[in-house]
Design a protein. Structure first.
Ligand code: CTP
Ligand code: MG
Length: 247
């Protein structure tokens, strides 16, 4: 299928705390966005890459212009859109800007700048094999419990009470790139436009919107290198990946 990649890079990077958009933060001396773009182009799955950038960020726009010059003939069409207030808004803006005739789309977080080519290939292959939605996943390493607020008396001992332990066997941590047929993802994001503010704030990936449509979401193997650079610790790990045997 004719495939596009939407790269969402319009976040502000509050938790990383660099006082600049996360996409501009240096990793191994180069902006996170540049690592993400190189990974997508190297995977070779897309005829278009549409990047959602923070509105008014001229530095990142210049980076895109420079990277476009680096692209060899036959490389993907590289376009940009202004991102929105939420990640889902940024995805919607980019979806509206895909070339006519685009059949499949991979939505990828710029923050997962070191996602290996192999993951792009597994996701794209599942789409080619007929899936309408596919996500990369890895096992959960921690034991995961549910908790509730305690009543007044219990709160003297601890702030929360455990209400259960989830079977780790059936849990997965979810990454990007997430792949979809364009029609499926557009329908999912249109449905989400009706969400109230609380519900919209609880949207953390694209696949959950597709699940609400009742469309099966397939899972393929992700990679630990695809970690989302969220906190300063993640940036240290990513720096290590660039240098180490896993990089
Ligand atoms: N993103 C986006 N538009 C938004 C919010 C997030 O394009 N309005 C993108 C980010 O740029 C990132 C990905 O979605 O690549 C995952 O978001 P997250 O890791 O939360 O990044 P930030 O929102 O930038 O970080 P923070 O939440 O710490 O501010
Ligand atoms: Mg965020």
């Amino acid at each position: 299928p004719v495939t596009a990649v939407i790269l969402v890079a319009a976040g502000s990077g509050q938790r990383l705390g660099y006082g600049m958009p996360k996409a501009a933060v240096p990793l191994g001396g180069e902006p996170i966005l540049l690592h993400a773009l190189r990974g997508i182009v190297a995977a070779g799955v897309a005829s278009q890459v549409c990047v959602a950038l923070p509105e008014g960020e001229t530095g990142l726009r210049q980076l895109i212009e420079d990277f476009r010059l680096e692209l060899a003939d036959g490389g993907p069409l590289l376009t940009t859109v202004d991102g929105g207030a939420t990640r889902a808004d940024s995805v919607r803006s980019a979806l509206a800007a895909l070339e006519d005739g685009t059949e499949a789309v991979l939505v990828h977080d710029a923050a997962r700048a070191l996602a290996p080519e192999s993951v792009f290939h597994r996701v794209a292959q599942a789409l080619a094999n007929g899936a309408s939605a596919v996500i990369p996943v890895i096992p959960v390493v921690d034991t995961v419990k549910t908790v509730a607020a305690t009543d007044g008396s219990d709160s003297d001992i601890a702030p929360e009470i455990v209400t259960g332990t989830v079977s780790r066997q059936e849990l997965r941590s979810v990454q990007t790139p997430q792949g979809f047929s364009v029609d499926t993802l557009k329908a999912a994001h249109e449905a989400a436009l009706a969400f109230d503010e609380d519900r919209a704030a609880a949207v953390t990936d694209d696949a959950m919107l597709v699940e609400l449509l009742g469309v099966p979401v397939h899972a393929v193997r992700g990679a630990i290198q695809s970690l989302k650079i969220t906190t300063p610790l993640d940036l240290i790990i990513a720096e290590g990946l660039l240098e180490g045997p896993l990089g």
